[in-house]
Structure formats: C-alpha cells, structure tokens
Unconditional design. Structure first.
Length: 465
C-alpha cells in the first residue's frame, strides 16, 4: 500500500514539475515573438478564465474525495457522473445568461462579445479537464491525469506558436492555441464519463454534492485573494518596481508549492482509503510523509538563491531577502492540509472557506501595517502569518469537531520551528554558497541515516527485480 502511495506521489509530482517547466521554457519564446501589449492582454484573458473557472462548475470536483469515502466503488461512479451532470447544467445556465448580457460583459472584460462567449466556454472546458483529473486521482491513477495534462500543455504550445506565425492577430492566435486543446480534452472527458452506463443525474446525490462543493467556491475565492492581495497592496503603497520584484520572488517560491501540492493530491485518496480501513501503521506513515515534505522544503531553501539568479539574473537578487519566507508560507499550507483533509474526509467543508476568507482579511490588515514598516519584506511577513493562522485555525476546528490527533501540536511546533530557523539561516547566508550547501549536505546525510533501513529495503527490492 505504501509503495503505491510512493509511486503515485513521485509520478504526479515529477509530471507536474515537467509540465510547469514547459511553461518556464516557453516563456522567453512567447515574449520574443509577440508584443508586451499582446502578452499582457492574453495573461489578463487567462486571469479571467481562471476566475470564471472557480464557480462555473460549482466546484463539484472537490466533492469526489469525500464521496470516495462515503460511497462504495460502484456507487461512487454513479455519484461522479451525477456531480459532473450538475456542473454541466449550471454551465449551460451561465452560458445562456452570458449570451443575453454579452455586450455589457464584453465592456467590463474589454473583449468582443464573441470573445466573451469563448472565454466563458474555455473556463468550463478548463474545469472539465480538472474534474477528469480529480476523478483519476481518486482512483490513484496518476499517470492518466498527467497524460491528459501533458497532452493539453504540449498541444497548447505547438498550436500557439504555429498560429502566431500564421495569423495576423497574435492575441487570437494565443486564444485559439489555448482553447482548442482544452476543448479536445474536455470532449474526451465528457465521452469517458458518460460512456460508463451510469444515470446522468441521480437526484439523491444532489444535496450532498451541493453541501460539499458550494463552500469550496468561496474557499477558492479566498485563496485568490490571499495570492493577489500582497501585490495589489504593494502597488498601492509602494511602486510597480516592488510589485515586479515581489511577483518574481513569489514565482520562485511557487516551485515548492507545486511539489508539495502534488504530494497532497496523491496523498489524499491513499490516506482516505487507509483511514477508512483503519490501517494500523497510519500514524507512522503520516509522520514519514510529513518528514518528506520538510526534507523537500529544506532542500529547496538550500538552493533557492541559485535558482533566483538563474531565472532573474542580478536584477532580481534583492528578492532573496524574502523568498525563503514565501517558501515557508507554502510549507505551512502543506501542514494545514492535514486538518483540512480530515474535514474533507467527513464531508464537512463549511469551515474551509470561512478560514480562508478570515486569513485573507488578516492578510489585508497585516499588509497595511507591515508594508509601511518593512517595505517589500512586509508583504512576505503578512503572507507567512496568514498561513500560520490557517494552520492553527483548521487544527483547532478538526480537533474540536472530530477529535483530530493525527498530528499533535508538539509535532507541528517542531516542524514549524525547524523550517523557519532553517529559512532564516539560508537567507542570512544567501551569498555563501559553500556554507549553505554544506549545511544542506548535513541535512541530507542526517535523513539518509535516520531512514537507512527504508532505503536499504528499497534498494534490495529493486535488485531482486
């Protein structure tokens, strides 16, 4: 069972990094063949697509993990199709409403009426792709999820570059290049889910679907606010130079979020299954999983100054003063997924959006205080405290409502302190490569010694094959 978890986590994390790496590689290509104005306009278009995707499918995909616990395997498939149908019905309603108000909406979005309808449709296709991904993830089929993500990303890149050279309108070329692969994968998803012989919509599931899914819309809105408030307030309280520097540093820190987020995505279905079966060694596996997350975070903290220099050159080296804080913030996100996963396990998502929105409000207030005091670093401090607040809040909620004790307060404190102290050391010696890497080597050897039995068993198992 643990080997299945390791394989699923490794494949999903590696695949996600490669797909995100493709975006990094193609970035200089796009910026060299289209104007900054078109590049900015298309990124604004994508921002609107992401925003519409938050609600256009009612976030029913977020209920699949809870349904996997509540229902048998046979009934789960029926549930998934019903949840998907509910998303489709809501999309049709939104599309019809958009058709009636497309001229007004086009003015707000600064697009043509036709392009506005394309945007709404693409938001839906993007959601369908994510729904299919979640469906496969709950079955622990990481390779299937990555296959469709990779196909979409590669087709997007190839088609976009070809169309930029073929069409006169570079913005239209980028939109079509992005739209067509999403449509293709969405059609495959629709065919796959509806060819399984299940009823299109079983009304007995509707209440459960909406009870779990609707709060997740506000949860995702809260996360969007948490991710964007720092930059918005830096722009208001300082200059666009600080916004650019902070955005770059935030994107460097984002790499660890991709890694830890991928781990959690692979972890959840395995964890729910193990918890449902009351696995005897679950507590031990949880601690090992936490240790892996910490190890990856410490490793990234060791090398982030070199990555920052590689991606941004000397112009962005000032960001080294706060990038470690962003990395630790994402590690806190990783930690708070543990109590949040318990809430998903019991299909009770009501406190999840409330916590996120409260954290966003706290982030706003802290930015008002910290940015004038600490300038650009103040925004990073605000983010760090806000995510620590989320961890504390969800731990207390899960402990009170469900007797949550998978991870103790003492364990959280150890992981928080180790990661924070290590981050401060790496920031202090960001210019001393040999010292940072020496400390990193000590951490690596320490982990290798502590887990030597597992490593030797893994090597022996591979040699037998």
């Amino acid at each position: 069972m643990k080997s299945k978890l390791f394989k699923s986590s490794f494949i999903f994390t590696l695949g996600n990094l490669l797909i995100q790496g493709l975006a990094f590689i193609t970035l200089p290509i796009y910026t060299s063949i289209i104007s900054p104005e078109i590049y900015g306009k298309f990124n604004l278009y994508l921002a609107w697509v992401s925003l519409f995707s938050l609600f256009i499918g009612l976030q029913t995909a977020g209920s699949l993990s809870s349904a996997r616990v509540k229902y048998s395997e046979a009934e789960y498939n029926r549930y998934a199709v019903s949840a998907f149908t509910l998303s489709n019905i809501f999309f049709i309603v939104v599309l019809l409403l958009t058709t009636f108000v497309r001229d007004y909406l086009a003015l707000v979005l600064e697009l043509s009426p036709t392009m506005t309808l394309v945007l709404v449709s693409q938001s839906y296709f993007q959601y369908v792709v994510s729904f299919l991904g979640q469906y496969f993830i709950q079955d622990q089929k990481a390779t299937a999820t990555l296959f469709f993500s990779a196909v979409s990303a590669i087709l997007n890149t190839i088609l976009s570059i070809l169309l930029i050279y073929r069409l006169e309108d570079d913005f239209l070329a980028r939109v079509i290049g992005n739209f067509a692969p999403s449509l293709l994968v969405a059609l495959i998803a629709i065919f796959f889910l509806y060819s399984r012989g299940e009823p299109l919509l079983d009304r007995k599931y509707i209440r459960f679907i909406l009870a779990v899914s609707l709060p997740l819309i506000f949860h995702n809105v809260g996360h969007q606010l948490l991710n964007q408030l720092d930059r918005i307030m830096l722009g208001k309280l300082m200059t666009t130079k600080e916004v650019a520097l902070y955005s770059f540093g935030y994107n460097v820190g984002l790499v660890i979020q991709i890694v830890l987020g991928s781990l959690n995505t692979a972890w959840v279905p395995w964890f729910f299954e193990a918890r449902k079966k009351q696995s005897e060694n679950l507590q031990q596996v949880i601690l090992q999983y936490l240790s892996i997350g910490l190890f990856l975070t410490l490793g990234y903290l060791t090398i982030f100054p070199e990555l920052s220099l590689l991606l941004g050159g000397t112009a962005y080296q000032q960001g080294n003063s706060f990038i470690a804080l962003i990395v630790i913030s994402y590690f806190f996100v990783f930690l708070y997924t543990f109590p949040v996963n318990i809430q998903f396990y019991y299909a009770d998502t009501r406190m999840i959006p409330l916590g996120t929105l409260l954290a966003a409000g706290l982030n706003f207030l802290l930015n008002l205080v910290f940015i004038p005091l600490f300038e650009i670093n103040g925004a990073a401090y605000a983010t760090l405290v806000s995510y620590f607040f989320l961890l504390l809040l969800h731990h207390l909620v899960s402990k009170k409502k469900y007797g949550y004790k998978d991870v103790s307060e003492k364990t959280y404190l150890v992981f928080v302190m180790v990661s924070f102290v290590y981050a401060m050391i790496m920031t202090t010696f960001s210019q001393w490569l040999w010292l940072r890497w020496s400390i990193g080597l000590v951490v690596l050897l320490g982990y290798a010694y502590y887990y030597k039995d597992y490593i030797l068993k893994f090597i022996a198992k591979k040699e037998k094959k």
